[in-house]
Design a protein around this ligand. Structure first.
Ligand SMILES: Cc1cc2nc3c(=O)[nH]c(=O)nc-3n(C[C@H](O)[C@H](O)[C@H](O)COP(=O)(O)O)c2cc1C
Length: 337
């Protein structure tokens, strides 16, 4: 064997090793308005800590250009460091107000929502409506990156009506200025119905290989991740929404390449629910507010655990924080025997 042959042999071994060992994915918590609020994110990071960062549900402008939703971003330093704010804007002036409101609080990265499908939002030219305005989006990206020197990413659906719309958008954007493109491959018309079109995501990744893609959509269990990852081997960044809410162990399972729940999961789940309730009580105006939020979040969580059907019903019927605590205690008791 010549020296050259030796080098080639070593390189081919290295390449086989790299192919056999898929690189560790980077996981993000998706923003879900009404669910992944500051209390939820803090409880999740304290109890699991398995996502690199959380994307916050969007802030937007209400009447008289008042910024709505900003309170959710005013979190202690450790949680700020793993939080990426999101905004919903329809024009450069709206974008400017929202970017400034975010920058004042020390954030250096921001995401723009181009996916919200609801007519109340798209009717105002916001969310998914931007997919059909590439020229405006181009100006928005340039404004955010140059004027405010912030890292900027977009979270986008595949189209308003048709999947093909994404291509006429991306063709016209300065993609090299974006920190990432988070793709949820459903059209706005679909809302959350049907399935996320992974084949479309494959086409996007192949058509724009230099983009830092974040795939988002329908990863509900470890096998969903494995199947999608096989189709999207180039994608390193994954965003988890409903799957994480129903099973907060999911990011950990993906990181450890492991199916099934980890040992001691019952105690971990109870600890998470207790922590979430503590954070909600601390962050709420009054007990009624905390109860309402806790009921919504815990009901969603317990959807994922059929063994706690009875306790889920208790949560749904709760009329006080004490009722919620009792439901959690019942779960703790049922799993300790
Ligand atoms: C109740 C609800 C609220 C949502 N709020 C937001 C939001 O504020 N910003 C956003 O970009 N996406 C929002 N989404 C979309 C999710 O971030 C995510 O893209 C979607 O759920 C698909 O991902 P999944 O299949 O992992 O859940 C929301 C979705 C739901 C169901």
């Amino acid at each position: 064997m010549t020296v050259k042959d030796n080098i080639n042999f070593a390189l081919s071994l290295l390449s086989m090793e790299l192919q056999a060992e898929p690189c560790q994915p980077v996981l993000y918590m998706a923003p879900l308005q009404g669910y992944t609020d500051a209390a939820y994110r803090e409880a999740f990071q304290r109890c699991f800590g398995t996502v690199e960062a959380c994307f916050a549900p969007y802030i937007s402008l209400g009447k008289q250009m008042k910024v709505e939703g900003l309170d959710d971003l005013l979190v202690p330093k450790p949680y700020q460091q793993t939080l990426i704010p999101q905004l919903l804007a329809s024009s450069l002036p709206e974008l400017s107000v929202l970017l400034n409101a975010i920058a004042v609080h020390g954030y250096q990265e921001v995401n723009m929502n181009m996916g919200c499908p609801y007519p109340m939002v798209t009717g105002k030219g916001r969310g998914a409506a931007l997919i059909r305005k590439p020229e405006l989006v181009k100006q928005m990206i340039e404004f955010a990156v140059h004027e405010l020197d912030m890292k900027f990413s977009i979270k986008v659906r595949s189209g308003m009506e048709s999947n093909e719309e994404i291509f006429s958008l991306l063709d016209k954007l300065p993609l090299d200025k974006l920190n990432a493109v988070i793709l949820h491959p459903r059209t706005a018309r679909q809302l959350y119905r049907g399935i996320a079109d992974t084949a479309l995501a494959v086409r996007c990744v192949k058509a724009y290989p230099h983009v830092r893609w974040v795939y988002n959509g329908d990863v509900f269990c470890f096998n969903d991740y494995v199947q999608k990852q096989e189709l999207l081997p180039e994608v390193k960044h994954w965003m988890l929404g409903r799957g994480l809410l129903e099973n907060p162990f999911l990011p950990g399972l993906i990181l450890q390449q492991h199916d099934g729940l980890p040992p001691g999961w019952e105690q971990q789940l109870v600890r998470f629910m207790d922590t979430l309730l503590d954070c909600l009580i601390r962050d709420s105006h009054d007990e009624w507010h905390a109860l309402n939020r806790g009921r919504i979040q815990l009901t969603y969580l317990l959807n994922g655990f059929q063994e706690f059907k009875k306790e889920r019903k208790q949560v749904v019927k709760s009329r006080s924080i004490n009722d919620l605590r009792n439901a959690i205690s019942n779960i703790a008791r049922s799993t300790s025997t």
